[in-house]
Ligand binder design. Structure first.
Ligand code: PMP
Ligand code: GLU
Length: 412
């Protein structure tokens, strides 16, 4: 639909204006800025430039061998035919058991799980099934690029609710009441992309109660739940009792913690009628998700030995986080950032560097140093920039040398 992106700035600022002849379904459509920047970094690299890409939100690790081998075996064994719309039972059962174990053994019914082509499609299915014209969907901001787009595609209206700077840019029920008193839905991401902030159990409970009292649907995006730097997995809506979950959909998947982005497998755990509607919806769009990839994901979630791989990758992410945070504290004291407690993102403020915004910062950074980051504008707040530390420690150190040198020059 669009050719090569010329610069991150253009990638952010260019939007698809409604084209004559195209449906109003697409009237708000913009290319995903995170994907565009990662493609721009790849293009520059292919052209021979010395580029370090800290834009991409995807693990740099190989898929662990147990799920990878299971996927290959599935192809050899002929699991290459249409899968069930809602996903193969082997994966739904493994996911139900896995989610149950993460939340202290609570019951999780495999019948309420729908498997899709990545959790991005799960989010689309949920929004498309629940929302429509006239509905307002609250999205705490900064927010991952695709949430407002997906809500627009369902013809509902996304409303960003700014998070509180002194509270890791998280929102409270007071913020929600103030900004979106009549919302039909709320999309909450914890651990959060782009900030790395994590909602505590008490905060999740308060938001769940707020939503329950107002009959608001909660879409809890917990794709980064296993990448948590506290003890155990990050707090979840699934840690709450059943009666709090009547209008809650939990989004999960294997892309991030299992380094399986390219396999394209995501999950939604939803109340029965909604799960059925989502499966019916995708029976007309994708006929379920890639069959061998579902077998691989079942091995990722179902084989206990894979836990060691996840722990190893999370420990590596933690090391990298400590390096980024340590170097910013030491070498750029006074620069504000969100303390990252999960995921693999570092969200820092740039407007103290000579008064420029995130888009300008990122454009000049990639042009002069070859480091690719994502402007905060992509997430609704251009005072910030997102750095993804899903990169080797060597590359990270090199990139930090360049970012810190660049930022110091800007402040001179
Ligand atoms: N939610 C969040 C917050 C993300 O960062 C991503 C990253 N792509 C997704 C959902 C979708 O991931 P996937 O489609 O690979 O499961
Ligand atoms: N979620 C990742 C990111 O934010 C991957 C890109 C995308 O799907 O938007 O960078």
């Amino acid at each position: 639909m669009r050719g090569c992106v010329a610069s991150p700035r253009q990638a952010i600022l260019s939007r698809m204006s409604p084209q004559p002849g195209l449906s109003p379904n697409l009237q708000h459509l913009e290319t995903s800025a995170t994907i565009a920047i990662s493609q721009e970094a790849k293009r520059r690299k292919a052209a021979g430039e010395d580029v370090i890409d800290l834009g991409a939100g995807e693990p740099d690790f190989a898929t662990p061998s147990i799920p990878a081998d299971a996927g290959v075996r599935a192809i050899r064994e002929g699991k290459t035919h249409y899968p069930a719309n809602e996903g193969i039972l082997e994966l739904r059962a493994a996911a139900a058991k896995h989610l149950s174990l993460l939340s202290g053994g609570r019951p999780v019914n495999a019948d309420n799980i729908v498997v899709s082509n990545g959790s991005k499609q799960s989010l689309f299915n949920v929004c498309f099934a629940l929302f429509g014209p006239g509905d307002v969907v609250a999205i705490p901001a900064p927010a991952w690029v695709s949430y407002p787009q997906i809500v627009h595609l369902s013809r509902a209206r996304p409303v960003l609710v700014p998070g509180e700077p002194e509270w890791s840019l998280k929102v409270s029920v007071r913020d929600l009441d103030r900004v979106v008193p009549g919302a039909r839905g709320l999309i909450l991401c914890s651990p959060c992309n782009p900030t790395g902030a994590v909602y505590t159990h008490a905060e999740i409970k308060a938001i769940a109660q707020w939503a329950r009292d107002r009959k608001v649907w909660v879409i809890a995006d917990e794709i980064y739940r296993r990448i948590h730097y506290g003890t155990g997995p990050a707090p979840s809506f699934l840690d709450l009792p059943d009666e709090m979950l009547e209008r809650v959909v939990v989004i999960y998947g294997v892309s991030k913690a299992y380094a399986m982005t390219g396999w394209r497998i995501g999950l939604a755990l939803a109340p029965g009628a909604l799960a059925k509607a989502m499966a019916a919806l995708q029976s007309h769009t994708t006929t379920g998700a890639n069959h061998p990839a579902q077998v691989a994901a079942a091995a990722a979630l179902g084989d206990d030995r894979v836990e060691q791989d996840v722990s190893r990758m999370v420990a590596e992410f933690r090391k990298r986080r400590d390096v980024v945070v340590g170097r910013f504290r030491q070498e750029l004291p006074g620069v504000e950032f969100v303390e990252p407690l999960g995921a693999f993102y570092f969200f820092f403020r740039v407007n103290s560097f000579g008064g420029i915004g995130g888009a300008e910062f990122c454009t000049r950074l990639i042009t002069t140093t070859g480091v690719a980051l994502v402007p905060g504008a992509a997430f609704g707040d251009d005072r910030y920039v997102r750095l993804s530390y899903a990169a080797s420690l060597d590359n990270l150190q090199k990139a930090l040398d360049r970012i810190i040198g660049f930022a110091k020059k800007l402040s001179d």
